[in-house]
Design a protein around this ligand. Structure first.
Ligand SMILES: *Cc1c(COP(=O)(O)O)cnc(C)c1O
Length: 364
């Protein structure tokens, strides 16, 4: 099957979607990842047939055989992107082509079939159009979760011959429950997230499974998130469990760890690098050690640090804690550079600022 193939999505609309008053009650304070829309999109893949059976239908449990490969060998990948409501009553997505391409790269790493970009985009558009009433107003958005898993009924270890691609959507507010101006992070020296040659650059569920114990350790130490060091030297800061990281220095410049196979290539990360350069801010993609981070926070050379990703956008890091004690960054709250970059990004995402790079994809 060619990569440019297009599919007709069959439409089975929900006979009894949630009534408007009940939906409105859910949208008042949706939190993150608990409120789901009426529909879901799916496409099947079989080795002999390629991609087929594309449809939108009422969101419902998926019947599954207990021997389905994903339940045993974790062949699963996912994406995350947000739909925003625009002032003219329309809806947009932010750089969805980048998610489609990253999904293809994740698929290749997990020995899964490559979903055509056009099918990924059409699936997202169709769900947003159909469930448009679920996009919250104000600061909220509709979080789309495209994912694919191995569905062959077979216990042998090999790439599956069957896959199911789905997109579900969740109305969301803020990612972090805390009202604090900045998050605290725990430096894990016990666990690592990704090793060279591993799956660190793929967005796969297995990476998250492997990060949960470290995240639990962070929580136990009173921290919001875990920050991982490289697996080889246990020295270089890589990223958080699900967010990339940036450092802001006293000369106004930025640095972020370089991609190299062990770091997830975030679309927020790449957008912020571009926006910073647009503003004439120097950005270095270079390794930064935990010892240097501590030293620079002490001397004031390091002014700010922040985490970034689609779900939580840009989140200042105020405190760094580890087995050797803790240190604070700047005043422990949000810094000016962090706020400036966040505002530039959110302005474009929300359609309040010009979009010089063509990042906004209009759904309707
Ligand atoms: C998804 C993800 C990110 C952020 O990527 P965005 O494209 O910016 O949302 C960062 N790190 C990990 C491990 C991720 O899974």
């Amino acid at each position: 099957m060619s990569k440019t193939q297009s599919l007709q999505f069959a439409r089975h609309l929900h006979p009894t979607p949630l009534p408007a008053d009940q939906r409105a009650a859910l949208l008042k304070n949706p939190g993150f990842g608990r409120v789901f829309t009426d529909h879901m999109v799916s496409v099947r893949y079989h080795e002999s047939k390629g991609w087929h059976d594309a449809k939108i239908e009422p969101r419902a449990p998926i019947p599954m055989d207990p021997a389905a490969a994903v339940l045993h060998y974790a062949q699963e990948i996912f994406e995350g992107l947000k739909a925003y409501r625009t002032a003219d009553g329309g809806a947009t997505l932010f750089r969805p082509e980048e998610n489609a391409r990253r999904f293809q790269q994740s698929a290749e790493r997990l020995a899964m079939p490559v979903l055509p970009e056009s099918v990924f985009l059409e699936a997202c558009d169709l769900l947003v159009k159909t469930d448009r009433a679920w996009i919250p107003d104000g600061d909220g958005s509709l979080y789309l979760r495209p994912f694919m898993f191995a569905n062959e009924v077979f216990l042998g270890v090999k790439p599956s011959s069957d896959y199911l691609f789905l997109v579900i959507a969740s109305s969301v507010g803020a990612y972090f429950k805390t009202d604090a101006p900045a998050v605290s992070v725990w430096v894990s020296t016990e666990y690592t997230r990704a090793a060279p040659g591993g799956t660190g650059a793929a967005k796969c569920g297995g990476n998250y499974a492997a990060s949960l114990l470290a995240q639990a350790e962070a929580t136990r130490h009173g921290c919001d998130q875990v920050v991982f060091l490289d697996a080889v030297e246990q020295r270089w800061v890589e990223e958080l469990g699900g967010m990339n990281v940036f450092f802001v220095f006293d000369d106004g410049s930025l640095s972020t760890p370089p991609l190299g196979g062990t770091i997830l290539p975030g679309i927020t990360r790449s957008s912020l690098i571009t926006l910073a350069k647009d503003k004439g801010i120097k950005v270095r993609e270079e390794r930064y050690s935990i010892d240097q981070w501590r030293a620079d926070a002490g001397t004031g050379r390091l002014r700010e640090a922040f985490a970034c990703g689609t779900a939580a956008v840009v989140t200042p890091i105020g405190t760094v804690r580890g087995k050797d004690g803790e240190f604070r960054i700047g005043n422990g709250g949000a810094g000016l550079r962090t706020e400036e970059l966040k505002a530039a990004l959110v302005g474009i995402q929300r359609g309040r600022a010009a979009d010089p790079h063509g990042w906004i994809h209009k759904v309707f």
